[in-house]
Write a protein that binds this ligand. Structure first.
Ligand SMILES: Cc1ncc(COP(=O)(O)O)c(C=O)c1O
Length: 477
């Protein structure tokens, strides 16, 4: 979710004008309400990945035009008395732009979905969290808004506007217990037992299990080089009620959903009345190109429920995530949140709001992007050096894992031997939703938590696991 979406390409307006436009739009649409404090110029420069001077120019222009006021050391604020439309008024159309590991085992080499938890700024986080626990007033100890505290919802809305091209109001943001909390909330609020849902095949198997548990019928839609094959989905299940997709970084194959497919998916949802659920679980980690903004940024009809999580950008046990919900889904979701899925603890939410607002989040994600690029490169080097004839490396340039295809050996056999050798690769075939299809054997190698200095040793152990799986297979046949 946090990557530079303000980029200058040929023909684009200068960066300070783009930033000025984004902030101005956020003020006019109420995403940044009157009186809201803006991040310091330094924090904003980090968040938008532009020079500090660029932010100074944009802030100065907005100040001259009366959108912002500066109050010395207190910071820069949205002018208090702007006669803006009421919050929740309809927005201008968005311009298209471009089975659980136990604690000790969670950090085994190659475990997928685990960020570099050892590099998380624990002292900064505990300082911010401590502040909120210590300063809690009596009212903060009573019940809080079950859709989430307004400070965090505002911080998320402001962050999405700058970093993901998603223009939303804080009132359209619902705080959840991570993506899995969001799944439960959506299933109970928007689905009836027996409703059909498109899922990606291969796709995120834990989400598939969760949806089955919630009583949905799944239509496994194949994924090709452009992402989910919308035409096949329409042929398979034209009246499905949901499509669950990972457009920024397909889980597990790694490609981004192409623009024609994005448009086709939106067109189908519009005509069939289905909900699209966009799972943007690790969209901030792109290493080579400027990523496409979220699918949600193309949604001018309120068809997409955008799900974000702090599990990869902060740490998984935080259990904090959010949904950006179209207006017509807000009421049923709020009712179910109130009765079955109230928002996570208030101090945690307020601390997360400050972590974002004070620039710690942007700084951490930027540092992690650099670290993960190094770790990914080290793993690729080690795999290249190994030069195994049984492994084909896929070079997707985003996310927290690499995919290697296997030939001549089954992935579940390799995974079993790898586990005995202290590793924890994921298996590609486990992510296949329809067993009838041709088997896909491959390994998902998480690299974010694997220090570069340990990559070669881990790859050698993996090579040993492949050898053992092959020998074992030889004995069986
Ligand atoms: C595809 C996908 N979505 C979402 C998540 C995050 O889930 P949560 O926010 O519940 O930790 C993951 C974690 O690995 C994932 O792989």
């Amino acid at each position: 979710m946090f990557h530079p979406s303000i980029r200058r390409q040929r023909g684009d307006s200068p960066l300070h004008v783009q930033l000025y436009d984004r902030i101005r739009q956020a003020i006019l649409t109420g995403t940044l309400p009157p009186g809201a404090r803006l991040p310091s110029a330094r924090a904003m420069a980090q968040e938008a990945c532009v020079a500090r001077g660029t932010v100074d120019v944009a802030y100065a222009r907005l100040t001259v035009e009366g959108f912002l006021v500066t109050r010395g050391a207190a910071g820069t604020f949205v002018t208090g008395a702007l006669p803006l439309p009421p919050r929740g008024a309809s927005l201008a159309p968005v311009q298209p732009q471009r089975a659980e590991p136990r604690a000790r085992e969670a950090l085994r080499p190659f475990r997928i979905g685990i960020p570099a938890v050892a590099a998380f700024p624990v002292s900064t986080w505990s300082r911010v969290l401590g502040r909120h626990s210590r300063r809690a007033r009596a009212a903060d100890l009573a019940y809080s808004d079950s859709c989430g505290d307004s400070t965090l919802r505002e911080a998320i809305a402001a962050h999405l506007a700058v970093s993901r091209g998603v223009i939303t109001h804080a009132d359209q943001v619902v705080i959840t217990s991570g993506f899995h909390g969001a799944l439960g909330l959506m299933a109970q609020a928007l689905a009836k037992p027996g409703d059909q849902a498109w899922i990606e095949d291969p796709g995120y198997f834990r989400a598939h299990s969760a949806l089955l548990l919630a009583g949905l019928r799944l239509a496994a839609v194949p994924v090709d080089a452009e992402g989910i094959d919308v035409a096949r989905g329409v042929a398979l299940a034209p009246n499905a009620r949901f499509a669950f997709v990972t457009p920024s970084h397909q889980m597990p194959l790694g490609m981004a959903l192409s623009l024609p497919r994005r448009l086709a998916l939106l067109a189908w949802a519009r005509s069939s009345g289905a909900w699209i659920v966009e799972d943007d679980y690790d969209g901030e980690y792109q290493y080579a190109s400027t990523p496409l903004p979220a699918l949600k940024s193309l949604d001018d009809r309120g068809l997409v429920l955008y799900a974000g999580t702090f599990s990869k950008s902060m740490f998984p046990t935080l259990r904090l995530g959010f949904l950006v919900v179209p207006d017509k889904a807000r009421e049923p979701l709020a009712r179910v949140a109130n009765l079955l899925h109230p928002a996570p603890p208030l101090a945690l939410q307020r601390a997360a709001a400050d972590f974002l607002g004070e620039g710690h989040f942007a700084r951490h994600v930027r540092r992690m992007r650099t670290l993960y690029a190094e770790r990914r490169a080290a793993l690729l080097r080690a795999l290249d050096e190994l030069g195994s004839p049984y492994l084909q490396i896929e070079h997707a340039t985003s996310g927290l894992h690499l995919l290697v295809r296997l030939t001549g050996v089954r992935d579940d056999a390799v995974v079993a031997h790898a586990e005995a050798l202290g590793l924890a690769p994921g298996s590609l075939s486990l992510h296949q939703a329809s067993p009838a299809k041709e088997r896909l054997d491959g390994l998902l190698l998480g690299f974010a938590a694997l220090p570069a200095s340990r990559a070669r040793d881990a790859v050698q152990r993996l090579a040993r696991a492949i050898e053992l799986a092959r020998q074992h297979r030889g004995k069986e046949t």
